[in-house]
Design a protein around this ligand. Structure first.
Ligand code: ADP
Length: 605
């Protein structure tokens, strides 16, 4: 609704709702001159207009005067848009002015105007019936009018006979009206009450800001009653999937609620209208124009709007919260799964550790007995089983021991139970020693194993036993996967900051697409006939990688299928101040030669 109204009076121009005009006249014709166009503008602007005449005139006279400017006056009177009333009928109770009765009359009259579809109320009241002795009381009442109508679709003009008033009372007229019309020489003059004008300006500005704010709010704001929506913001339009405010205005909010939620919504809004909904909210759904249901949370408060008791509902789209709740449920479910799998992992580790120990004990016993039997049979020459069968049994015991050993360590590493025994040790001497100790194995399989280094020695912190395992693993693989006649090189390059150990062979190589998985647990390149002849568990390289990384080193591979493989270990050079006492080894019962046998047990000689 347009907030600016036409006053119909040239020297006044547009006025806003809530304007309270005063006119001081000395001749009745002065006010007809200003008030006839004033009423005419209200009538043509869809306002209900009321003229209250005093005892100085009568219904007929007012009607005739008005007719001079408003030719179709009878139509307005017959249609109920123009009322001409006597002062006594309006202001009096028991023959006396009564401010209460008067206020009630105005609010009833305004409700009637709005309910009949008029934009608001425009009033002219002639005050010359007032007994001058009562003027103070009237002044107080008028002051109240200025305050009360400022928030309503109400415009009022009061006419004062200046000849009746003292200067003090005239000052009261100026004070109580937004502006006062006076006759000045040949024309009219407008005396503005700057205080009230500033107040109106501020009110207009804050209304404007409030309207912008409501429009910009990310939540939907709807002012409504149970018959229609009176005002809404853009978020409300977006929520309902419509394009413009006009499409939503006039609709019934209840119709946007799915039928199943309607009785709950009706009850909630009924309570809200009587202020008994408190701070509670309504959990419901809103139907979009495409028939989709959106979960929403609605908070409603009673709200005076354009003179009516309406409801202001703030509607929050609850879809994101529903999604968040779904996500929270998902996270909770995943957490439960994760806890289950952590628990499962812990049980698995425990099982592996236990089973490895269980396997190792009988194995050691079997191995010892076999060794004893062999010794005894050789000494007494009484053993009639062929020695090659005893060797087969021994060989397979070693293979099982290697498997158990690797399984045990990999589970220990996974569960952080594995610790290095770091010492300051000559790594070049260590690698050279290991390489030389397996040269004989290579020779037996027609392979040549070479060692080279850029330096004679380099002392650095490492766990010699674990470096030995790393190298034995790589060398046993190199021997395993290099056909007879090939070569294996072990090269150590000692730099200032790092030592690089390369184990290179001229073997079958590793397919490119398998190279990224080669360090994964239990990974063998192929279980096909081509490689099945080579025995192994697929644990070796993952253990090597884990042991190198525990030394803060890196482990990498380059290989060409058919042309050989090269494994590169890069270890940082550092020294430790304090060597901890040796921990108990995984296999304390084996010396270096036996450890080689165990690590090489996959290779049939
Ligand atoms: P395995 O005990 O089965 O040898 P590893 O983890 O030591 O397990 O090796 C995994 C796979 O990598 C082997 O099955 C083999 O196919 C491939 N591999 C390892 N070293 C070499 C090598 N020097 N040459 C060719 N293939 C190799």
């Amino acid at each position: 609704m347009n907030n600016l109204r036409s006053s119909g009076i040239d020297f006044i121009g547009s006025i806003s709702w809530g304007t309270h005009i005063g006119q001081l006249y000395t001749d009745i014709d002065e006010y007809y001159e200003t008030m006839i166009p004033f009423i005419k503008a209200g009538l043509s602007d869809n306002e209900m207009c009321t003229w209250i005449y005093s005892n100085k005139t009568c219904y007929q006279e007012v009607r005739e005067k008005l007719k001079t400017g408003i030719t179709d006056i009878d139509t307005y009177i017959a249609g109920g848009q123009l009322l001409i009333k006597s002062y006594a009928e309006w202001y009096f109770k028991n023959g006396q002015f009564d401010a209460d009765i008067t206020s009630k009359n105005w609010s009833r009259h305004l409700s009637l105007a709005l309910s009949q579809g008029f934009d608001g109320l425009r009033v002219v009241g002639d005050s010359s019936w007032i007994d001058i002795a009562d003027f103070d009381e009237i002044n107080i009442y008028e002051e109240g009018i200025s305050k009360n109508i400022s928030e309503l679709p109400f415009i009022a003009a009061w006419l004062y006979d200046a000849r009746m008033l003292s200067t003090y009372e005239i000052a009261g007229v100026f004070k109580n009206h937004t502006f006062t019309i006076i006759r000045h020489k040949d024309g009219y003059k407008l005396m503005s009450n700057t205080g009230l004008q500033v107040r109106d300006h501020i009110k207009e500005r804050s209304m404007e800001m409030y309207r912008h704010l409501v429009q910009l709010l990310p939540v939907s704001v709807i002012i409504h009653d149970d018959t229609r929506i009176h005002m809404c913001n853009q978020s409300a339009v977006a929520l309902t999937g419509l394009k413009s405010t006009h499409e939503l205005l006039g609709k019934r909010l209840l119709d946007l609620v799915p039928p199943a939620n309607r009785s709950k919504a009706r009850k909630y809004w009924r309570n809200a209208l009587h202020g008994s909904a408190g701070s509670s909210y309504l959990q419901s759904e809103i139907l979009s124009n495409r028939g989709e249901k959106k979960p929403v949370r609605i908070m409603t408060i009673p709200y005076g709007f354009d003179g009516s008791n309406l409801l202001l509902s703030v509607i929050m789209d609850h879809t994101p919260f529903v999604k968040i709740n779904d996500l929270i449920d998902d996270v909770e479910r995943h957490k439960q799964h994760q806890n289950l799998s952590l628990e499962y992992n812990r049980l698995k580790t425990e099982f592996f550790t236990n089973i490895s120990h269980e396997l190792r004990t009988p194995l050691n016993v079997i191995l010892s007995v076999i060794q004893l039997l062999k010794l005894q049979s050789e000494r007494l020459n009484t053993w009639d089983i062929e020695s090659k069968y005893i060797d087969m049994m021994k060989q397979n015991c070693y293979r099982l021991i290697r498997l158990v050993n690797n399984l045990l360590d990999i589970t220990r590493i996974d569960s952080n139970y594995f610790h290095l025994d770091l010492r300051n040790y000559d790594i070049i001497k260590l690698v050279r020693g290991i390489t030389n100790s397996v040269a004989e194995y290579g020779k037996q399989r027609g392979l040549c194993i070479h060692f080279s280094s850029n330096s004679a020695s380099r002392v650095m912190a490492c766990d010699p036993d674990q470096i030995e395992r790393v190298l034995l693993n790589l060398l046993s693989n190199a021997i395993k996967y290099t056909p007879s006649g090939g070569s294996i090189w072990v090269d150590v390059y000692a730099g200032d900051k790092a030592v690089e150990i390369r184990v290179k062979d001229t073997g079958i190589g590793i397919p490119k697409d398998k190279q990224e998985y080669i360090f994964d647990r239990f990974m063998q390149v192929s279980s096909s006939a081509m490689t099945r002849e080579k025995e192994g568990s697929g644990i070796g390289l993952s253990l090597v990688k884990a042991l190198v990384e525990m030394h803060n080193g890196t482990f990498s591979l380059s290989s060409e299928p058919g042309a050989g493989s090269e494994f590169v270990i890069k270890l940082p050079v550092r020294l430790i101040d304090f060597e901890e006492p040796c921990r108990i080894k995984s296999f304390p019962e084996f010396n270096h030669a036996e450890r080689v046998i165990v690590e090489f047990s996959d290779i049939y000689s």
